[in-house]
Design a binder for this molecule. Structure first.
Ligand code: SAH
Ligand code: SF4
Ligand code: F3S
Length: 448
């Protein structure tokens, strides 16, 4: 095994695909490897260790992994002495297959390997090939405490649970991340404090189904109680969370929108479909009516709240009528933004059987997706245009605009992105802005 001294000065490059859980895990990997002397690098050609943190939610995400690996393996073939590892959800799902297919990959580990990544990397660095896809015990699950050393922004993620106990029929996540475990609230609050000490002001609590937080642990806080506990940490100015499942959205969380000004006036609440028939086949355990009832309660508790969602089109057996129900829900629930996807069959998931019997033709699914996305874009544009000439007093400035010099970018509590001319010194401040123009994804403004 390589000694600590040898490891000093090594560089790691992490390529992160997938959702907020993977982004967060990559930060935790970086934090732990730093203890062994690894610095992160933005250039894979400089790296002694390249990790691809993978996603298998849709086949296209898996394709991205293969093309990324192609590039890194070529560097290795061309003589770069680099250890290559595959982490995350594809690693968990297809570990053995990946090792067999890619003889120059040294290390494969799933999401539950993150807490002992130091050991795994050390082993792989000796030349032996390492595969670790065992799920850890849920009791005393070792959530990593170290804060991502590259945290410098205004906003940060904090994980509150791992895994998922739901069995949505289309979804691979229960297979890749295993069963749900809630992180003890004291650890969550401690991480929030550590982040605030580094200048973070906006906390996004993350998990696959945050509303079920704590329910299975005797004596643990509920998700709503956790929101209050986080809001009490001095310095926390804004709280968001993702992803919540409508099934477990209780009145206590709705109440939190009345009580906690720091809780953002935006919620991402994935609905997946507007058709009860499809929702049943997806095993989502709510109806369109129940979803709209929740939305109504939230808007009553927090007037002006904006909602975004996730939608799948072309789920097996989806008829024109089912799809129309999704289109009308877009209006009825008044979603201002959404992520929408064409159904992608996932290995081992229950929906595969439905797909064999009753697939939606790809061209039909594509046409539906295009129609949905066009309408969504119109709606987002309409919202942003309606803000033209108004003043918003709650733009939390996150950083320089990616496109324009002398322009900074921030978000309102309602998650509206606003770009306006301003100095970098404004980062971290909450400022009032007059909106001058609305675009599809953002607004332009001027500081008041
Ligand atoms: N835990 C979250 C979702 C995580 S996956 C929830 O329950 O809402 C993120 C999104 O990917 C899902 O909301 C869904 O819209 C989409 N998705 C998941 N599996 C998919 C599949 N097989 N095909 C297409 N989209 C999928
Ligand atoms: Fe997948 Fe459903 Fe769990 Fe979300 S709640 S991660 S969609 S199984
Ligand atoms: Fe992808 Fe795994 Fe997240 S499959 S969406 S990275 S939980």
């Amino acid at each position: 095994m390589s000694t600590e001294a040898q490891q000093v000065g090594r560089r790691v490059f992490i390529h992160t695909l997938g959702c907020q859980m993977n982004v967060y895990d990559s930060g935790k990997i970086h934090a732990q490897l730093q203890r062994d002397g690894y610095q992160s690098t933005a250039d894979p050609r400089e790296a002694d260790l390249i990790l691809v943190n993978t996603c298998s939610i849709r086949e296209r995400a898996v394709d991205k992994m293969h093309s990324a690996l192609g590039e890194y393996r070529r560097m290795k073939r061309e003589g770069q002495p680099v250890v290559i590892g595959i982490a995350g959800c594809v690693a968990q799902e297809r570990g053995e297959e990946l090792l067999a297919r890619y003889p120059d990959v040294d290390l494969v580990f799933g999401p539950d390997g993150v807490p002992h990544v130091q050991r795994l990397v050390a082993e792989a660095s000796t030349g032996s090939r390492v595969l670790d896809t065992d799920f850890l015990d849920l009791e005393n699950y070792p959530f990593v405490a170290d804060v991502d050393p590259s945290t410098h922004g205004v906003s940060a993620f904090v994980t509150i649970q791992k895994g998922c106990d739901n069995k949505c029929t289309f979804c691979i996540v229960p297979a890749t991340r295993g069963a749900e475990a809630s992180r003890p609230h004291a650890e969550i609050v401690a991480e929030v404090r550590a982040l605030v000490d580094r200048g973070v002001q906006e906390i996004t609590l993350i998990g696959q189904n945050v509303n079920s937080y704590g329910l299975k642990v005797p004596g643990e806080l509920t998700f709503a109680q956790l929101l209050y506990a986080v809001a009490e940490v001095p310095g926390v100015r804004r709280i968001r969370y993702t992803t919540s499942h409508p099934r477990d959205m209780g009145d206590d969380v709705v109440q939190a929108y009345r009580d906690l000004p720091a809780l953002a006036s935006h919620l991402h609440l994935p609905v997946q479909s507007g058709s009860n028939r499809v929702l049943r086949r997806m095993k989502r355990f709510y109806t369109r009516e129940r979803f709209l009832e929740i939305v109504g309660k939230l808007r009553e508790a927090r007037p002006g709240m904006l909602l975004t969602t996730d939608v799948i089109v072309g789920f097996p057996g989806e008829t024109d009528e089912d799809f129309e129900a999704t289109m009308t829900l877009l209006e009825e629930a008044d979603f201002v933004g959404s992520f929408s996807f064409k159904y992608s069959p996932r290995p081992g998931t229950p929906a595969l059987k439905l797909e064999e019997r009753d697939p939606v033709r790809p061209e039909v699914a594509s046409a539906r997706l295009t129609r949905f996305q066009e309408r969504q874009r119109e709606r987002s544009l309409a919202l942003h245009r309606s803000l033209e000439g108004t003043e918003v007093d709650d733009v939390l400035v996150e950083g320089p605009s990616r496109h324009d010099e002398g322009v900074v970018c921030g978000r309102t509590s309602r998650h509206v992105m606003v770009n306006f001319p301003g100095d970098i010194g404004l980062v971290g401040q909450i400022v009032p802005v007059r909106i001058t123009r609305g675009f599809t994804h953002s607004c332009r403004g001027e500081r008041l």
